[in-house]
Design a protein around this ligand. Sequence first.
Ligand code: PSU
Ligand code: MN
Length: 308
Amino acid sequence: MKHPNFQLSPEITRALNLGTPIVALESTVITHGLPHPQNLQLARDMEKQVRDNGAIPATIALLDGKIRIGLSDQELVRLAEADSTLKVSHRDFATAIVKKANGGTTVAGTMYAANMAGIKVFATGGIGGVHKESAFDISTDLRSLAEIPTVVVCAGAKAILDLPATLEYLETMGVPVIGYKTDEFPAFYSRESGLGVSARLDTPEEVADFAKAHWNLGMKSGILVTNPIPEKFAIPKSSMEPIIAQASAEAIQQGIHGQKLTPFLLGRISELTKGKSLNSNLALLLNNARLAAEIAQEMNTKKKEWAI
Ligand code: PSU
Ligand code: MN
């Protein structure tokens, strides 16, 4: 791919040419989601997890105003240690380019850049959605899932969001919500939410077959694969509820909204659980990287048969 604002690493260029399976990784989790130094450790661990499971990791971020696909270890360090970074979703790319800024791409931003580069599988922690605090705060992640044909592996969405409204929006936009080995939509820290999914699939091969069927029908949307947090690291819904309610009340009190709301809620939850939620967060991210690598391998063998 040639585009003046994109820069692909040599490894990713090679992998794209050879048809090696690739997994895109987001970077808002590095710049705005986790504290230092856990963010750097996580970024490295995610890459390793993808490699150990047979795919090439492509961490996506903005460095000096360039959209970078695949970072070196030094560049990961730069991003994780940068003092001020943008949170880059669709409308922020041009800002980052003009200001020659560094930035972490959100789920929406990462889907856009991955798709431009021809990468079809992406692993993240949780997606953005419809916020509880304001009816019009709907993450661009949802619109991107409706419009960008990539497989997004996540652990569902945090209960900081209005989960029923988030699922209704995805249904309206025709986005398949797959429960991986589950009939229930997972709620990030918790395996349970009491809400359903549109289909349950039980193997990476089934997911790859699903993607092929969906896209060969001419559907253009993304496919959301929800992978519940491993049992050992799950925090029951009942323990998270009061914490989320408190963080949400504080956001309203302090008038925090827009792009700043999600990082504020994530930070407060981490403080209120005294860091306990951090371990769970890291565990589910790695679990998603593994599954995404397995799906990427399966999809690669079926790639020639896609219509898109
Ligand atoms: N949810 C999480 N952790 C995260 C995010 C969401 O549990 O790190 C990040 C993701 O990058 C997501 C973004 O794409 O926040 C959504 O932000 P907003 O609600 O402003 O669209
Ligand atoms: Mn928002």
